[in-house]
Ligand binder design. Structure first.
Ligand code: ZN
Length: 339
C-alpha cells in the first residue's frame, strides 16, 4: 500500500533536471520554422508540431541528457513516478506541451471534455488547451467559437454547403497573446501563427471543416460530424480578453502568472543575469514537478555538484519534484509549467 511515509522517504532523494527531445508531426498545414528558428533536429517537411513534453503514445518525448538519456519520458516516469510529486498517480503526465507552426490554416475543430471522453473514448481525458503566441504574421487570426448562437441544423447545413466560416468568430492574434480554449469551444489556429500549447494529456480532436483540402495522397481528411455535434458549444462566444499581467521581480528573474486551472499552472519567467555576478536561484518545492520551455534566448543551468546544462531557444527541461537546487544563468524567456 502506498502511504505518506513512502512518499516522504522517496521525496528525501534529490532528483536532477534533464533535457527532453520531442516527437515530430508532419501534418499538412505545418511549416519549417521549428527547424529553422528553433533548431529542431527532426527531418520532416513540413514540421507542423513538436511534442516537447509528452508521455502520450501518439508522440513520445525522449530524455535528452543525464543518466536516463535515450529512454522515453513515459518509461522513466513509470519507473520513477515520484518525479511527479503529488501528481504521482500511475506515472502519467497530467499535460502535454507542444510547439505548433501553422504555415496554413488548421482545420476547424472541437475537443471533448473529460466526462464525454471517459464515456466514449476508452478513458482518455478530454482536451482543454492553453496557447501562448510566440509569433504571428501581421494578419494572423484564430477562430474562437461562434459569432452568434447557432442551431445544430444550421451548423450541419453550413458544414455540408461549405458556408460554416460566416458563423465563426475570428480574432486577430499577436505575439505574447494568451488563449484558454475550454473543451467544447469550436476553434482553429490560423495561418502564420507560431504557438506554444499546453493541453490535457489527450489527442482527441473532432474535425468539423477542413476547407475541402486534400493530403499528399489526394485524400480529404476525415470529418467527425456526429461527435463534434455532441460536444460543440453552440452558444455565442464572447471575445477572449487578454488578462492584465503583473511582473514580480527577484534576483536575476522576473515572472508572471499566465494561467491557472485544474490541469496546469503556467508562468512566464524572464531571466537576465548577464549584468550580475549572481545567478537566479531555482528550486522545486518537493510537491510539484516543473517543465521549463525556453521560448527565447539561451544560457546555462547549474545544479548538483558542479553539473551544468546549456539551454537554447526551443529547449524543454524537465525538473522533477524535489530537484536539486538549480542556478539559472543567461538572458532568456521560459514558460514554466507546474503539474
Ligand atoms: Zn485544438
Amino acid at each position: 500500500m502506498v502511504n505518506n511515509n513512502s512518499f516522504e522517504k522517496k521525496s528525501k532523494v534529490w532528483n536532477k533536471p534533464f533535457l527532453l527531445k520531442p516527437a515530430g508531426k508532419d501534418y499538412l498545414w505545418g511549416g519549417t520554422r521549428l527547424r529553422d528558428d528553433f533548431a529542431k533536429e527532426i527531418e520532416m517537411t513540413p514540421l507542423a508540431e513538436t511534442w516537447e513534453c509528452s508521455t502520450h503514445p501518439d508522440g513520445l518525448s525522449v530524455v535528452g541528457s543525464g543518466k536516463y538519456q535515450g529512454r522515453t519520458l513515459a518509461e522513466l516516469l513509470k519507473r520513477h513516478p515520484e518525479y511527479l510529486g503529488h501528481a504521482e498517480g500511475n506515472g502519467e503526465l497530467p499535460f502535454l506541451i507542444k510547439f505548433i507552426d501553422a504555415e496554413k490554416d488548421l482545420s476547424v475543430q472541437v475537443h471533448p471534455d473529460d466526462e464525454y471522453a471517459a464515456r466514449n473514448e476508452n478513458g482518455q481525458p478530454g482536451k482543454t488547451e492553453f496557447w501562448y503566441v510566440l509569433d504571428a504574421d501581421e494578419n494572423a487570426e484564430l477562430i474562437y467559437g461562434f459569432r452568434t448562437e447557432i442551431s445544430q441544423e444550421t451548423l450541419k447545413k453550413s458544414i455540408r454547403e461549405g458556408t460554416i466560416e460566416k458563423y465563426l468568430q475570428r480574432i486577430p492574434i499577436h505575439r505574447d497573446d494568451l488563449f484558454y480554449i475550454q473543451a467544447g469551444t469550436v476553434h482553429a489556429i490560423g495561418a502564420g501563427a507560431l504557438i506554444a500549447e499546453i493541453q490535457e494529456n489527450s489527442n482527441l480532436t473532432y474535425r468539423l471543416y477542413d476547407y475541402d483540402r486534400v493530403d499528399r495522397n489526394g485524400k480529404k481528411r476525415e470529418i467527425h460530424l456526429e461527435k463534434a455535434l455532441d460536444v460543440a458549444n453552440l452558444k455565442a462566444s464572447g471575445e477572449p480578453v487578454q488578462p492584465l499581467r503583473v511582473l514580480r521581480y527577484r534576483k536575476g528573474c522576473a515572472s508572471e502568472i499566465l494561467c491557472r486551472c485544474k490541469y496546469f499552472e503556467i508562468h512566464r519567467m524572464l531571466i537576465n543575469t548577464e549584468r550580475y555576478r549572481q545567478m537566479a536561484n531555482y528550486q522545486t518545492d518537493g510537491i510539484s514537478f516543473r517543465v521549463l520551455l525556453c521560448v527565447a534566448g539561451c544560457g546555462c543551468i547549474f545544479f548538483g555538484e558542479e553539473e551544468a546544462c546549456n539551454y537554447f531557444k526551443g529547449d524543454c527541461i524537465f525538473v522533477p519534484a524535489n530537484s536539486v537546487p538549480m542556478k539559472i544563468h543567461g538572458k532568456a524567456q521560459f514558460l514554466e509549467v507546474r503539474g
